[in-house]
Design a protein around this ligand. Structure first.
Ligand code: NAD
Length: 353
């Protein structure tokens, strides 16, 4: 029987080439007078361009965003926002920069305008993350959901292939888990399936022909759907495993998602037949998990945990950590099951039907 709960999230999305031009009016629309522009150190030029567009409404740039939002970074940014009298943050960048904006919002309630330049999807979620003493905590709070998201594919044109490929696979992973989520529902499943389709078609073109504007726009469109799916429903074994591997073994975020997703999907293959059918349909195949592996390979991503910094000796501990606390997954999560999954992922073997 069809029964579900669907909770819409209140965010305003503006999509298209050149939409960054609308930023000043969007800041004004929020009633903000002084917007602090956040970025990673590598994207300071983009941040400065954005600040210049804001003119009098700019409270300057702050370019200290780093992966996983260390608490010290969050505290320094909060203090900077206070001392500059900022009443809004504009986060220009990937999940790390948007995460820094969320850390400020969590403390101060300052509204965020997100201008995403990767496919990670954080801009569409009320999920925050903070890392303290080597432990990453996450939580949900509607105050951190960006009020406005400007998706201008122009800004993603500079995303190099080696970041774009795994970043897109990270987005696909949100869609895959949304399809078999505990609180999956018809509208989110439509978005998730369409997200996989868009990213599956666009990513190989993005990495082969980086200046293909249509492919960049399609990938960003898929990323929007993926972020919206992640924000709307709970995740399962894949996200729990990636959280453990990223947090406890310091593996790079998008790469670890890329390596794990074919194996996580394979783990749930028999327990989530409807989700598998939609995944396969979206990728134009009969074997969804295998096609995820092939897509990761086609975009030139690394396919094995051993190639992204994982030590074989740590696999047992990873399996222990990832099964310490129970959580929802279509197929029961067992230590042996996770250990076997990690073994396959460690060697980068294609999941077999
Ligand atoms: P990132 O933000 O760290 O960016 C990766 C690198 O790409 C950085 O060096 C960045 O400067 C560079 N970059 C980004 N856009 C670029 C562009 N257009 N041109 C050139 N270089 C560019 O990586 P990410 O994968 O986007 O985000 C990862 C972080 O986001 C993790 O900490 C993860 O936990 C978090 N995240 C959170 C959520 C959430 O809902 N809270 C969702 C997804 C990811």
């Amino acid at each position: 029987m069809l029964d579900f709960v669907y909770q819409a999230l209140p965010s305003r999305v503006i999509f298209g080439y050149g939409t960054l031009d609308k930023l000043p009016e969007e800041v004004e629309r929020l009633g903000a007078q002084r917007a602090m522009v956040l970025s990673a150190p590598e994207q300071v030029a983009q941040a400065e361009d954005v600040a210049a567009r804001l003119g009098d409404r700019s409270a300057g740039t702050y370019d200290r965003a780093v992966m996983h939002v260390p608490i010290e970074t969050a505290r320094a940014a909060r203090e900077e926002a206070r001392s500059r009298g900022a009443d809004c943050c504009v986060a220009v960048g990937g999940g790390s920069t948007i995460g820094l904006g969320k850390a400020i919002a969590l403390d101060s309630g300052l509204p965020i305008i997100a201008v995403p330049t990767t496919y990670a999807g954080s801009e569409m979620t009320p999920i925050w993350g903070l890392t303290e003493a080597g432990l990453k905590r996450t939580g949900r709070d509607e105050r951190v959901l960006p009020r406005t998201v400007i998706y201008d594919p122009t800004l993603s044109l500079t995303l190099p292939a080696f970041i774009a490929g795994p970043s897109g696979m990270n987005a696909i992973a949100h869609c895959v888990e949304a399809l078999y989520s505990e609180n999956a529902n018809p509208i989110v499943s439509l978005m998730a399936e369409e997200g996989i389709r868009a990213l599956g078609e666009a990513l190989p073109v993005v990495v082969a022909t980086p200046d293909d504007r249509d492919a960049r726009a399609k990938a960003l469109y898929g990323a929007w759907l993926a972020g919206a799916s992640l924000g709307a429903v709970g995740m399962a074994i894949h996200h729990k495993l990636c959280h453990t591997l990223g947090g406890s073994f310091n593996l790079p975020h998008a790469d670890v998602h890329t390596v794990i997703i074919p194996h996580a999907a394979h783990y749930n293959r028999d327990a989530a037949p409807e989700a598998m059918a939609r995944l396969a349909q979206a990728l134009g195949t009969e074997d969804g998990p295998g096609a995820l592996y092939d897509l990761a390979k086609a975009v030139g991503a690394k396919l094995a945990l051993k190639d992204i910094g994982m030590a074989e000796a740590d696999l047992d501990r990873a399996a222990e950590l990832a099964t310490q606390n129970p959580y929802y997954n279509p197929r029961p999560v067992t230590r042996d099951g996770v250990r076997a999954l990690l073994e396959q992922a460690y060697h980068g073997r294609r999941p077999a039907v």
